[in-house]
Design a protein around this ligand. Sequence first.
Ligand SMILES: *Cc1c(COP(=O)(O)O)cnc(C)c1O
Length: 406
Amino acid sequence: MTDSPKASPDCDVAAGAPAAPMTRLAHAGRLDGSPFVNPPVIHASTVLFDSVAQMKGKSATPARYTYGRRGTPTSDSLEGLITEIEGAVGTVFTPSGASACALGLMSVVGAGDHVLVMDGVYGPTRNACEGVLKRFGVETTYFDTHVGAGIVDLVRPNTRAVFLESPASLTFEMPDVPAITTALDGLGDTRPVVLMDNTWATPLYFAPLAHGVDVSIMAATKYVVGHSDALIGTLACGPRAWKQVKTTHGDLGMWTGPDDMYLALRGARTMAVRLAQHQRSALAIARWLETRPEVARVLHPALPSHPDHAIWKRDFTGASGLFSFELKPCSFEAVAAFLDGLELFGLGYSWGGFESLAILAEPAAIRTAVPWSATGPLVRLQIGLEDTDDLLADLARGLDRLAVQP
Ligand SMILES: *Cc1c(COP(=O)(O)O)cnc(C)c1O
């Protein structure tokens, strides 16, 4: 029998995080003294002060707000919620998940520094390393996702950051996060800052800060927003990195529009129930794909057949709705016939919304430490909130189309 996820959808408790996440999602981030359950959506640049003394910080009643890019009731509300569910010291928001990954790295490095980045990271994170970081004199080494405690052998005197993502984008390998952070702890004062892109699990299914990570990053665009209608990134920080991230965020003048912050807050209220459904449907579809003769292997960490299943089972309390599968070798025309004819799965980037999506994934071009050597095409599915039987029927018709192609 296949393993079911450890937590039932009604009692998910993220490892190491405070209990009762559904209650937290419903109540966190309310504004003190406001009778409304939701914050106002404040569109603001200018904030007025009572007096020049208050403006100059010389008043007995300091100003609560000073400028639109320095905080509003809307950002306070979202910040309160994300900080609480991440178990963080503080959180900043960026205009997208990609900018959150770049900001995290830019916050902790300078010219002449070195960073270690997991080979399986999201492509645009790699672009930030090879683009802006390289231009500013920062060198990147990509390491095998399965490096484990061997990470310390790669650390140089100028290594300032280690960047992880679990599971790997497109290919779903899982790094052993506690083995990596524990080994790095042995370096004492010279320990690099550990950043992790936790978009797939969200803090509901894996708590980075409770596993030795210093900066927990999400493309909140995905499951937090949940409706494919806004881009926003979050960096929830532990004590070792908060000051650097907060300062760099301010220095770069980064801000996120109030409507998008509000959409993230609104999405977060229902994230746990949506994730539970994404998890159920994705597992059912992944298991069904494993039985199909056209499929070489299914890359879903919650399946016992996954090479890193033991890591998932030990550290994660759930699986979300995104996974890949490798088809047996076939022509481009055959894969195209499969994908183009899908009626419920749209062909589109991003994921975490209510609608199902498919892409033809091509990891070979973005892996450098461990080449991607699969012989068949890789398809990534985002399982949305449609009825699972309808999605299965759509995929079954698709695989039938594939089978009749040369
Ligand atoms: C989509 C994604 C991002 C980037 O998010 P955007 O909001 O689209 O910029 C970052 N990391 C992962 C793992 C993602 O899937």
